[in-house]
Structure formats: structure tokens, C-alpha cells
Design a binder for this molecule. Structure first.
Ligand code: PEP
Ligand code: MN
Length: 338
């Protein structure tokens, strides 16, 4: 449930309501909107039966929250959440590009990618080290060694880093090297991993599961935020459908749906959504126009030599073309390309 305060409610009124909630063993989450303060209530709300909370000074109304996710729920906050990492802010007026190779393959490769992307205006570098490959015989990633290379490259070019963790084991190794921890599609419902990643209090990039509904995805985000980690960025990366002409089907409607249901920032990954280099720029244009807060795109210094996802990786020159094509749309949307 949420308690909506009146526009003229005083801080003392709010404090009084919060104290009452605590007295009944409930958690209170404050959201200060432009007009009113909203108090999100978590816990067994039946304890409030016959307590006449709506009669307390400054209270406007009590609204039930029927969805199973609460803290990520739009009803808990009418302000869009932004995630601040160093000097970078994700969400709000910013449209942020995260780019880099599917996998870190060598020190030279990630340095080359970082250099080219930094020149292309990118400030967040991606690169997989623990790769969730379909075949156990495919390149599995360089693990910690790869993360060391990426950290070095990011330091050299003043960039932030993001990489996927596939287990608590990988998380324990990776968290010391990364600015943002990625949970991939295959682990979106790995609840023990979600809890552990929440506990790191690092920003989390949470991809949508291959066949997850929006509500399942938002519940996954709730697991992270429950650990007092509000820095969650969602990413739509395509879902499984009957269509086989693309690797997945980009669910473009998920962006306005998520914006209506949640206050969290949301990205689009046109690379994993399409699986085809030639479709990525068109989908990136759509991502901007539909209101996403950024894109994550795979770029490789030499895609034909890539050890994973070469077919969906842009060359650095193609990346610059993508950036040039989305820039006017970002401007029309009233946002800043970062
Ligand atoms: C990735 O971003 O490297 C990745 C494996 O993506 P996804 O989890 O969306 O398949
Ligand atoms: Mn990939």
C-alpha cells in the first residue's frame, strides 16, 4: 500500500505517519514528489486494519499496491530514478551509450576497443569475462584475467566498466574490478545471485530473461532493491518468440510498459535482440524514439575475428554511423547523448 500525503502536509505530519508504521512493524519508504510526498508501506498491511491511518494529520488517501513488486513500482515514486556512477548519471535527461565487445579476448583487443569507443564519445565500456555460452565448447571468457585487462583499459581512457557475472563465485571475483555488475538474461531469475548482487550495493544492469514477462522482470529487480540497493538499470534485450529471422524479438513495447509500471531507468540492447549487424542501427533509432534511457551495443575492433557474437558486433566505423544516426533523434526527444 502507499500513503499519499496532502500537498500541504508538513514534515512533522510525514514523520508522525512513519513512526506509526514503524510501531506496527512496517517499513516506510519516502518519495518526495513535485506536489506530494508518497509513503510506500512494506510488510503485513493487515496490521493497519481499523487503525484509521487515513485520519492522521496530513494524510490524503491510502492506495493499495496490488502488484507483487513494491519498491520498483511506479506507485512508490512518481520521479524517475537516476543512477549516478562517478561523474556519469544514467536516466533523467541523459541518453547513455554502453559499448564494447561481447567478450574480452586479450589485453590488446580491449585496449583497442576502449580507445576507439572513447574517441566515439562512449564513457561506459562493456566486455564479458564470464561468458554464458550455449555450447560448453565455445569460448568461455578470460575470467579474472580479462577483468584486469578491462579495468586497465578503462583507467587509461577514463571510462566506467560493466561485465556480466554468472554465479556468486564470479560475483566475488568481479565486483572488485567493475563499476556496474551485469546480470544476464539467463540469470534474471537466479534469485540467490540477485540477492548477493544487491548486497554489493554496486549499480546493477539487469537484463530481461529470455522468456520473462515484464512483471517477472520487475520482481527480479525487486530482489536487488530489497537489499537496499536502489541502483538498478533494466535492459530489454529481446525475447523468445516464434520468429527466427532475428536471434530474438525486440519487445519495443516493453519500454513504455516498464516506464508506466516502474520508476527505474531502462536500456535497449539491439545487438542481442537482433543478432544481425545490419539491423542494429535501425533498432537503436527505435530505442531512442520509444523513450529508452540508453542502449548497450556490441562493438569489436575486428568483428570477423571475434571469439563470440561477431555477426552482431559493429565495426568502430559502423558504431560512429549509429551514433550519428541516433543523435538527431536524441535531440528531438529532449535528451543529452552521453
Ligand atoms: C551479454 O550482454 O554479453 C549477454 C550475454 O547478453 P544476454 O544476457 O542479454 O544474452
Ligand atoms: Mn554477446
Amino acid at each position: 500500500m502507499i500513503i499519499v500525503m496532502k500537498p500541504n502536509a508538513t514534515p512533522e505530519n510525514v514523520e508522525h505517519v512513519v513512526k506509526k508504521l514503524h510501531k506496527y512493524g512496517l517499513e516506510a519508504h519516502l518519495s518526495q514528489g513535485k506536489q506530494v510526498t508518497i509513503i510506500g508501506v512494506i510488510g503485513e498491511k493487515s496490521v493497519l486494519a481499523n487503525k484509521n491511518m487515513e485520519l492522521l494529520a496530513g494524510v490524503d488517501k491510502l492506495v493499495p499496491v496490488t502488484e507483487s513488486y513494491k519498491l520498483v513500482n511506479r506507485k512508490f515514486s512518481d520521479k524517475n530514478t537516476t543512477v549516478k556512477i562517478g561523474g556519469v548519471e544514467i536516466g533523467g535527461d541523459n541518453f547513455t551509450i554502453i559499448a564494447g565487445p561481447c567478450a574480452i579476448e586479450s589485453e590488446e583487443q580491449i585496449f583497442e576497443a576502449a580507445k576507439q569507443l572513447k574517441e566515439g564519445g562512449v564513457s561506459i565500456l562493456r566486455g564479458g569475462a564470464f561468458k554464458p555460452r550455449t555450447s560448453p565448447y565455445s569460448f568461455q571468457g578470460l575470467g579474472e584475467e580479462g577483468l584486469k585487462y578491462m579495468q586497465k583499459a578503462a583507467k587509461e581512457y577514463n571510462m566506467l566498466t560493466v561485465s556480466e557475472v554468472t554465479s556468486v563465485y564470479a560475483l566475488n571475483i568481479a565486483s572488485k574490478y567493475l563499476d556496474i555488475i551485469q546480470i544476464g538474461a539467463r540469470n534474471m531469475q537466479n534469485y540467490e545471485l540477485l540477492k548477493e548482487v544487491g548486497k554489493t550495493h554496486k549499480p546493477v544492469f539487469l537484463k530481461r530473461g529470455l522468456s520473462a514477462t515484464v512483471d517477472e522482470w520487475l520482481n527480479a529487480a525487486e530482489y536487488i532493491i530489497r537489499e537496499n540497493n536502489s541502483k538498478v538499470i533494466l535492459c530489454e534485450r529481446g525475447i523468445r518468440t516464434f520468429e527466427t529471422s532475428t536471434r530474438n524479438t525486440l519487445d519495443i513495447s516493453a519500454i513504455p510498459v516498464v516506464k508506466a509500471k516502474s520508476h527505474l531507468p531502462i536500456f535497449v540492447d539491439p545487438s542481442h535482440a537482433s543478432g544481425v549487424r545490419g539491423y542494429i542501427t535501425a533498432l537503436a533509432r527505435a530505442a531512442v524514439a520509444v523513450g529508452s534511457d540508453g542502449i548497450m551495443v556490441e562493438v569489436h575492433p575486428n568483428p570477423d575475428q571475434a571469439l563470440s557474437d561477431g555477426a552482431q558486433s559493429l565495426t568502430p566505423a559502423e558504431f560512429i554511423e549509429l551514433r550519428n544516426q541516433i543523435k538527431p533523434i536524441v535531440d528531438i526527444m529532449g535528451r543529452k547523448l552521453c
